[in-house]
Design a protein around this ligand. Structure first.
Ligand code: UD1
Length: 366
């Protein structure tokens, strides 16, 4: 019997672990999966609602770490997670994505000689000012099994000297969840709630420190939205970090002036899926949403200079527009006037990644 601790911490982790936990539970004759939530995200809207929407089993352990500086948050997770490993003595720790919880759990497990599998390995923005890039580099340097979503991930890892036998191209597990939940999401009433007509509004998210932690940058992005929302409504579920900065910088009045810019609380998985999948255009700085829009062929403008998910640009519907207000405005209006043709769904974004992931973990245990 293989004992496996699956670790989640923040919102973008939940949709990646859901199909993996399900697949492991299907193999209960040989696998004993546990779920540990670090508590990096703790709000109902940022955490609990995802467990409900995605029918993820309740975590076996919640470390209740909460918010803090990067060093403190990482350190607290490490201290608490060390005890979990001592108590459960797992054969594997499985981590997903690139958040602080991913890196913290990896550091602890490797030092205790527990094997680590990293789901979504090999992605690189080559921008070390992003906290997530540091988390990716550290996690991939230590992990024993690197499960990549796209071939660029393999190339990056090989270039960094990771030995090929540790690397497996398994595809994008987030797309397993996306396909599995499409039908349930269609029952969401979010469009009625905000009086939206299909394909006649934009969806937007924004939470990267590089976009929201500087007043001038954030104000510029909001300005750029002005002429877009004159054309059609923009629905903007707002991340707690962004909400806090708007208050701090006194920018709420800029939003109130834009009648068609609709701010909402962070949405649950199913409501947000229903929202973006029926939108005309998505504006975002999220990593995962670049992939989800590519899988569904929805035009996406990414408000960043770089992406760790280049396949969404080369094959999918994503375009990088940075955070210069004039460029955002020009590109958004252009995308509305001349909708880009649908891209191609990348290889192995087929809804079967969790199966390949769990196969790879079992194989690597033999
Ligand atoms: C984290 C991840 C980021 C991911 C994002 C998705 C890291 C380094 N960053 O960023 O990669 O894209 O999650 O949301 O791990 N807060 C709440 N309630 C919560 C969680 C956070 O109010 O449930 C507030 C706190 O004030 C906190 C701030 O949001 O200070 C930021 O949270 P934190 O987890 O530090 O980073 P995120 O910006 O959410």
């Amino acid at each position: 019997m293989l004992k496996i601790i699956n670790v989640v911490g923040a919102r973008p982790n939940f949709m990646k672990i859901a199909p993996v936990m399900e697949e492991m539970r299907r193999r209960a004759d040989r696998l004993q999966p546990l779920l540990v939530h670090t508590g990096q995200h703790y709000d109902e809207a940022m955490s609990d609602s995802f467990f409900e929407d995605l029918q993820i089993p309740r975590p076996d352990v919640n470390l209740e770490i909460g918010s803090a500086s990067h060093a403190e948050q990482t350190a607290r997770i490490m201290i608490a997670f060390e005890q979990v490993i001592k108590e459960h003595e797992p054969d594997w720790v499985v981590v997903v994505g690139d958040v602080n919880s991913t890196m913290a759990a990896t550091l602890v497990a490797s030092k205790m000689s527990v094997k680590v599998a990293h789901i979504e390995a090999g992605l690189r923005s080559f921008d070390r000012t992003m906290p997530e890039e540091i988390n990716r580099l550290v996690t991939d340097a230590l992990a024993d099994l690197l499960l990549t979503p796209s071939p660029d991930g393999n190339e990056n890892l090989l270039r960094e000297g990771v030995s090929p036998e540790k690397i497996r191209f398994v595809g994008n597990v987030m797309i397993d969840t996306l396909y599995a939940q499409m039908e349930r999401a269609s029952a969401s009433l979010v469009l009625e709630q905000y009086q939206l007509q299909k394909k006649n509004y934009c969806a937007m998210t924004l939470h990267r420190p590089s976009n929201v932690d500087d007043k001038k940058t954030l104000a510029g992005i909001l300005d750029a939205l002005h002429s877009v929302q004159e054309r059609l409504p923009i629905v903007f579920p707002i991340h707690p970090r962004t909400r806090a900065r708007l208050e701090e910088f006194g920018l709420n009045s800029v939003i109130e002036k834009q009648k068609n810019l609709i701010l909402t609380e962070p949405l649950g998985y199913l409501d947000f899926l229903q929202l973006y999948s029926n939108s005309r255009l998505v504006l975002t700085d999220s990593g995962g949403i670049q992939e989800e829009t590519t899988a569904l062929g929805i035009p996406c403008l990414t408000l960043r200079q770089n992406t760790e998910r280049p396949i969404t640009v080369t094959e999918g519907t994503n375009r990088l527009v940075g955070n210069d207000p004039a460029v955002i405005k020009r590109e958004a209006l252009n995308a509305l006037d001349n909708p880009p043709t649908a891209g191609r769904v990348p290889d192995l974004w087929d809804g079967q990644a969790a199966k390949r992931i769990v196969d790879a973990i079992e194989e690597a245990s033999r």
